[in-house]
Design a protein around this ligand. Structure first.
Ligand code: UT7
Length: 337
């Protein structure tokens, strides 16, 4: 029997009452990419599972994508933005250095009551955000929150680097969380990890305090994302297994209890390899990477939105969100949907 509801359950839970996502209309296919760098649809498909990715136009920004996803989630939750207590935007491609992307989202939504901030945990930004909201709602401090993952990674992509430019896409996903005193649903558990020793595996070094805008870069490509693909691949498989195993053990769950694992979509082979080590059957692992590529913090909420709308999960199901990314950061949430 699982340990999700027991005598020590908190008085309140953070339950997902709305979800939504948005991706730019413009599409870049693998065949389009093969005209830009020395690659092929066949190589990208077999090595990553990606077929296409959505690309923000010049007029689309991280805040505009985030706002659109947020509006859809709020509509689903039937919650007026003016009632929001907190907005968190997980992103590593913010609107500007400051103020936060969340400030622009607050303004666009008219969410005057909310306090807002960005969360820079790369691909783990959304699951980290959920773990924060879980604490605030369980303590009774907040009634609700909006957590968004939003990225315009293609704006920091080196389109000459075939090892990275094939991977990334743009988009946003959002969830509305509200307080319930029903202990049998909501975010039941969160587990988060980091390893700053491995920061070099995935980074974009300009223009922070190490390389401010007025200091000449020793390497012009530092304005773009750099990845050590192999190292990331191996760490990702290991850390996803670690985070999901932690959830299962802490909550006393078996694979039979789980309806779906919704992973950050970084590479279909990474997700399949982790799923194999976890003995998860294919139908319990959601994949949408073919359509979106890697959208970092936006990836899990876009996948969750797709999975729910396709009817692959229903209310009451136990779902695990898991993410891994730059930092390194990784983590997972157990959700009773
Ligand atoms: O969310 C976290 C961010 N995600 C990541 O950082 C991605 C994690 N890593 C990966 O997904 C994979 O490591 C990649 C998809 C990036 C690369 O796949 P791989 O199976 O690890 O390939 P590899 O890097 O070992 O490269 C194999 C070969 C190399 O050629 P040689 O040295 O064997 O002649 C590469 O130069 O494939 C070549 N290659 C390509 N060929 C065609 C690398 N990129 C491409 C490409 N098209 N786009």
């Amino acid at each position: 029997m699982n340990k999700l509801t027991n005598d020590r359950a908190p008085a309140y839970r953070a339950v997902i009452t709305g979800y939504g996502s948005y991706a730019p209309e413009k599409i870049l296919t693998n065949d389009n990419l093969a005209k830009m760098v020395d690659t092929s649809d066949e190589w990208i498909t077999t090595r990553t599972g990606i077929k296409r990715r959505h690309i923000a136009s010049d007029s689309e920004t991280t805040a505009s994508l985030a706002t659109e996803a947020a509006k859809r989630a709020l509509a689903e939750a039937k919650l007026d933005a003016k009632k929001l207590d907190l907005i968190i935007v997980g992103t590593i491609t913010p609107e500007m250095v400051f103020p936060s992307t969340a400030s622009f989202v607050q303004r666009s939504l008219g969410a005057k009551k909310a306090w807002v901030f960005d969360l820079a945990a790369a691909c783990s930004g959304f699951v980290y955000g959920l773990s924060i909201v879980q604490q605030y709602i369980e303590s009774g401090r907040l009634n609700n929150a909006l957590v968004i993952g939003a990225e315009t990674l293609t704006k920091i992509t080196n389109w000459q680097d075939r090892t990275s430019c094939i991977l990334f896409g743009d988009g946003a996903g959002a969830v509305v969380l509200e307080r319930t005193d029903d202990g049998r649903k909501g975010i039941m558990y969160s587990t988060m990890f980091s390893d700053g020793e491995r920061w070099e595996a995935l980074n974009c070094q300009a223009y922070g305090s190490r390389y401010p805008a007025d200091k000449k870069l020793d390497e012009p490509n530092k304005i773009y994302m750099e990845i050590k693909g192999r190292e990331v691949y191996q760490q990702a498989v290991r850390r996803i297994v670690e985070a999901v195993t932690d959830c299962m053990e802490h909550c006393g769950l078996t694979n039979d209890d789980i309806a779906m694992v919704i992973s950050h979509q970084m590479n279909a082979r990474i997700i399949e390899s982790a799923a194999k080590r976890l003995n998860l059957p294919d139908e319990k692992v959601y994949l949408n990477i073919a359509e979106y590529g890697n959208t970092s913090a936006a990836s899990v909420p876009i996948a969750f939105d797709g999975c729910a709308r396709e009817g692959k999960i229903k209310r009451g199901d136990i779902v695990i969100f898991v993410a891994f990314g730059a930092g390194l950061t990784w983590g997972a949430n157990v959700i009773q949907f």
